[in-house]
Design a protein around this ligand. Structure first.
Ligand code: BGC
Length: 324
């Protein structure tokens, strides 16, 4: 009996100590965040599609640089892996936390419209970046004209290929508005050319491994594919992984974005062209626009950042390369 009592006492003691350490740490972290916030003029939140995505880290970098220039406390919060309901939950939490401004990837859903209206009613301006949400009460959009960027990709394919082309598409997420627009713009550019035919479209879930699997599926269903278009930042890398592995040298690959690995593959001629966006500028300009709104200034509701096609010949020549 005595032993049992001692055992229970010991357990209770251990549990209490664990709680003390855990909550002590938590308060410490919160105090630290609050302290940083107190020194700052405003508290903004940037909500990406996926936290650890290399592309979104560039948006974050731009936003952080502008935030430190303007003395803003910037929080970067959202889903670890792309997840729309978690994305919306983060938005709701930011509104409940009475932040001073929100930068986020837009989209299209009733819930998103409702939440952005809720932020608007509370006086919290929302700026969409990367993907717009034009039917909502967002204050402005800063990012690529996604339809036009897809159109550019289609034009590049037309300019760079001859003869009949059977095109497979690897797209980030079927439900993402920017991905849909990139596919639509591409279709528009090629629609009058009978020699170009789209023979399949698969989803990558915006991961490299997903893009590899999507490319496999495309080739499995249509071994006669001659070109592949990847519409999100890691798709081209996955596509090139497969074409290189199977030594399919004659496949024309057009990618999106200019992450270091994509540029490396462009230089290696495993990717023939890529659509360059400016994620850094998106983050930077969106914070600068929120600051203007806070100061009562007007801002342009549609702020398109640069988009262009990059081919191997546009890459800077690295010393020691033969240039062949
Ligand atoms: C898109 C982002 C997307 C990212 C995924 C980019 O091309 O603009 O919306 O989250 O790719 O890697």
């Amino acid at each position: 009996m005595k032993r049992l009592a001692y055992g229970i006492l010991l357990l209770a003691f251990l549990a209490a100590s664990a709680c003390m350490i855990y909550y002590g740490k938590l308060t410490f972290h919160m105090k630290k965040a609050e302290a940083e916030h107190d020194k700052s003029m405003y508290h903004f939140v940037l909500i990406p599609e996926e936290l650890d995505n290399e592309y979104w880290r560039l948006v974050e970098k731009g936003a952080r640089d502008a935030a430190s220039l303007y003395g803003v406390y910037l929080e970067y919060a959202g889903p670890r892996q792309a997840d729309y309901s978690e994305h919306l939950k983060t938005l709701d939490t930011a509104i409940a936390g009475k932040v001073d401004g929100i930068l986020m990837q837009g989209g299209k859903s009733e819930m998103l419209t409702t939440l952005i209206s809720k932020a608007h009613d509370k006086g919290i301006p929302v700026i969409t970046v990367d993907t717009d949400a034009p039917e909502t009460e967002r204050a402005a959009y800063v990012g690529t004209n996604n339809y036009y960027s897809g159109f550019l990709a289609g034009q590049a394919l037309l300019a760079d290929t001859n003869g009949p082309q059977r095109v497979g598409i690897v797209t980030g997420r079927f439900q993402s508005e920017n991905q849909k627009q990139r596919v639509e713009g591409f279709k528009e550019a090629i629609k009058k050319e009978e020699r170009i035919q789209i023979v399949g479209i698969e989803e990558s879930s915006i991961t490299k491994i997903g893009a590899i699997e999507a490319t496999y599926r495309l080739f499995h269903n249509r071994p006669d594919i001659t070109a592949i278009y990847g519409t999100s930042a890691l798709d081209g890398i996955g596509i090139a992984g497969v074409t290189r592995y199977f030594n399919k040298k004659n496949i024309y690959v057009i990618a999106f974005d200019t992450l270091p690995e994509t540029l490396f593959l462009l230089n290696e001629q495993a990717i023939q062209a890529t659509v360059a966006q400016d994620p850094y500028e998106m983050g930077y300009n969106a914070v600068a626009s929120l600051i203007k709104l806070k100061a009562g200034e007007n801002i342009h509701p549609l702020q398109y950042t640069d988009t262009s096609i990059i081919r191997r010949e546009d890459l800077p020549i690295v010393e020691g390369e033969s240039g062949s």
